[in-house]
Design a protein around this ligand. Structure first.
Ligand code: ASP
Length: 592
């Protein structure tokens, strides 16, 4: 090897040893008679010392001419450092250099290769290979590696085996558009890239591989919202001869094990909440339970503390629902107006915001004093379990909408009040999702039909199967999501494994028998050859890493991510292809 040690390795016990280090020149400090270089590699930084004495004039001159990011090899003696640096692990020593080789010079990098860089996002993405030299980014990939390694070892200990499934397949419905790949050998025909390996892992269960996993790339052609990538990685898992309970326990174990191994955090047993409860208590199927501020209904299915006072807005509302922002009674009028404007923004879409202040002196003051007297407000305060100093924030309207709006407000208040710290982790299972949801295809109004909320292979709860004939909206699925700090990190379900039920499901989803057979005949046929009961789950691996890293963006945890328009700006992709290539693929492109 060209080096004897790495740049993160040398300690006082190496003093007087002759060593050779290789790395990149991070910084040169020239004090005339002495010159120091910070030499950097993946493992750390070591200080090199060059002294001005008659024997080493040439060497000093050579060091003086080094530029940032030159790749060099330096041989010398480890000595104790005069002024120690306790910020780096090698800070007690330095290497007095006797021999210096320039392995490769470097152009001046377009931004500072340091944790605090002057490079903007676009520039850093264009030169991602330089960005990846920065310690902060490198650490993210190291963390990703740790998450993968401990995932494999946990599942391996439980007898799971990793099986690769194909990438050139046909559509697997996970609710997004497919990326397609033209087949040269089959003119006019296309493969689809997997949105997930869902059907293959189910087939593996039919094959008898009763515990499967794969850390696998998936592809979804979605309009890119803030933190989505067209290709992303899942920890994809499936088990046979299990109940929902077994899956929950196995993968709760995985997540707790990862927290322990990667973060040294002992996560307590993961609480569970039904979808219906989550929606009612938090207005979200992925509630952030790091803080309380649960919804309180003043008017709803089983309570009404608002009607009959001539306040039309509440009288005509399906629900009147609020949160208690504890300790916020001192909010000024200006602050409350700002909050009202915040909920009225189109992204949230509320018509308005009603507030009740519980003043420190015990009096109550609301923005609807005209309609509600002190006694009514007292009743509300009791419902909110409010005390002097609290502020109640109330939204009304159609149930689903009002709850969604209040969910946004709750999260915003949680953030403003510092209740959502990135290094506190609260894990939650959300269970019993509806099997189906009704929706319209945007392009064709009036085209309403039922969609699978998870995917078409999800099993209804056995006790709800009779409802499949009568009340589709009420059928619950044996489907579950894992939520961490308000982020959905994983989801799965018990699967349908009988042909008849699967056929029925496709029928409900609007497939003709011929279409169902054409697209998923292979799976339904397999179900006729001895399919075991099975269930599974998949975790968003990039997202899990970003959570462990305490960061918002999954992009920071992907070596070569795409930008918000789905482009890789480094290799400049996607790009056009040559006419000849198109011809070979039997693709005609409309020329504008
Ligand atoms: N295939 C599902 C998904 O990608 C996960 C599962 O049901 O196992 O969300």
């Amino acid at each position: 090897m060209l080096r004897s040690h790495t740049c993160g390795e040398l300690r006082p016990e190496h003093i007087n040893q002759e060593v050779t280090l290789c790395g990149w020149v991070q910084r040169v400090r020239d004090k005339g008679g002495m010159l120091w270089i910070d030499l950097r590699d993946r493992y750390g930084i070591t200080q090199l010392l060059f002294e001005d004495n008659p024997a080493s004039k040439e060497l000093l001159e050579k060091a003086r001419n080094l530029g940032r990011e030159f790749v060099v090899a330096a041989t010398g003696t480890v000595i104790e450092r005069f002024s120690k640096n306790d910020k780096i692990a090698t800070g007690d020593i330095e290497v007095r250099v006797s021999e210096l080789t320039i392995l490769n010079p470097a152009k001046l990098p377009p931004f500072l290769i340091e944790d605090e860089t002057d490079g903007g996002e676009d520039l850093r993405m264009k030169y991602r290979y330089l960005d990846l030299r920065r310690g902060a980014v490198r650490k993210n990939l190291e963390l990703r590696h740790q998450v993968a390694r401990h995932t494999r070892s946990y599942l391996d200990d439980l007898n799971f085996i990793e099986v690769e499934t194909p990438v050139l397949i046909k559509s697997t419905p996970e609710g997004a558009r497919d990326f397609v790949v033209p087949s040269r050998m089959n003119p006019g025909e296309f493969y689809a890239l997997p949105q997930s390996p869902q059907t293959f892992k189910q087939l593996l269960m039919v094959s008898g591989f009763d515990r499967y996993y794969q850390i696998v790339k998936c592809f979804r052609d979605e309009d890119l919202r803030a933190d989505r990538q067209p290709e992303f990685t899942q920890i994809d898992c499936e088990m046979s001869f299990v109940t929902q309970e077994d899956v929950l326990n196995t993968f709760e174990g995985l997540i707790r094990n990862l927290f322990l191994k990667v973060k040294n955090i002992d996560i307590p047993e993961v609480p569970r909440m039904t979808y219906a409860d989550a929606m009612r208590r938090y207005g979200s199927d992925k509630p952030d339970i790091r803080f309380g501020m649960e919804f309180v209904e003043l008017k709803g299915e089983d309570t009404d503390l608002t009607s009959g006072k001539n306040f039309g807005v509440f009288d005509s509302a399906e629900v009147v629902v609020g949160i208690n922002a504890s300790g916020c009674a001192s909010y000024t009028r200006k602050q409350l107006d700002e909050l009202t404007e915040w909920v009225k923004r189109p992204q949230i879409g509320a018509k308005g915001l009603i507030y009740v202040r519980y003043n420190e002196d015990g009096t109550l003051k609301s923005s609807v004093d005209k309609f509600y007297d002190e006694a009514s407000l007292k009743q509300w305060a009791e419902a909110f379990d409010a005390k002097p100093g609290d502020l109640m924030l109330i939204i009304s309207g159609e149930a689903d909408k009002a709850r969604k709006q209040l969910n946004e407000l709750r999260l915003e208040m949680g953030t403003r009040l510092g209740l959502r710290s990135a290094d506190e982790y609260r894990v939650l299972w959300v269970l019993d999702f509806p099997l189906l949801e009704y929706g319209e295809d945007e392009a064709t109004p009036g085209s309403g039909r039922w969609y699978a909320m998870h995917h078409p292979f999800t099993s209804p709860k056995p006790e709800d199967i009779p409802l499949l004939g009568s009340n589709l909206g009420k059928v619950r699925a044996n489907a579950y999501d894992m939520v961490i700090n308000g982020v959905e990190v994983g989801g799965g379900s018990v699967r349908i494994f009988q042909k008849e039920l699967q056929q029925k499901m496709f029928e409900i989803l609007g497939f003709t028998p011929v279409e169902a057979q054409e697209q998923f005949g292979f799976l339904m046929n397999a179900f006729e050859f001895g399919a075991p009961p099975h269930a599974g789950i998949a975790f968003g691996f990039d997202r899990l890493c970003s959570l462990f890293g305490g960061a918002d963006s999954i992009r920071d945890f992907i070596a070569f991510p795409k930008n918000n328009s789905g482009r890789d700006v480094m290799i400049d992709s996607p790009s056009t292809i040559a006419d000849l290539q198109l011809k070979e693929l039997s693709i005609r492109v409309a020329k504008s």
